[in-house]
Write a protein of this length. Structure first.
Length: 62
């Protein structure tokens, strides 16, 4: 889930293609996924949360 803000736009998120994504998991380990894009269009709820799933190449520890 992504919190919508003035600098976070669901339209821009849905236009992401072939991106490299990095994040820190709850276990403190950093991960990376290349070739990422939305699996289905992300949705903006009435409460202001943006939900969706990215898909891409196999996730690797970094």
């Amino acid at each position: 889930m992504i919190a919508a803000d003035e600098d976070v736009d669901v339209i821009e998120i849905n236009s992401i293609r072939n991106a490299t994504m990095t994040w820190e998991g709850n276990n403190g380990v950093d991960y990376m996924m290349t070739g990422a894009g939305p699996q289905e269009p992300f949705q903006l709820s009435d409460s202001g949360d943006i939900t969706g799933t990215f898909r891409g190449h196999k996730v690797e520890k970094v």
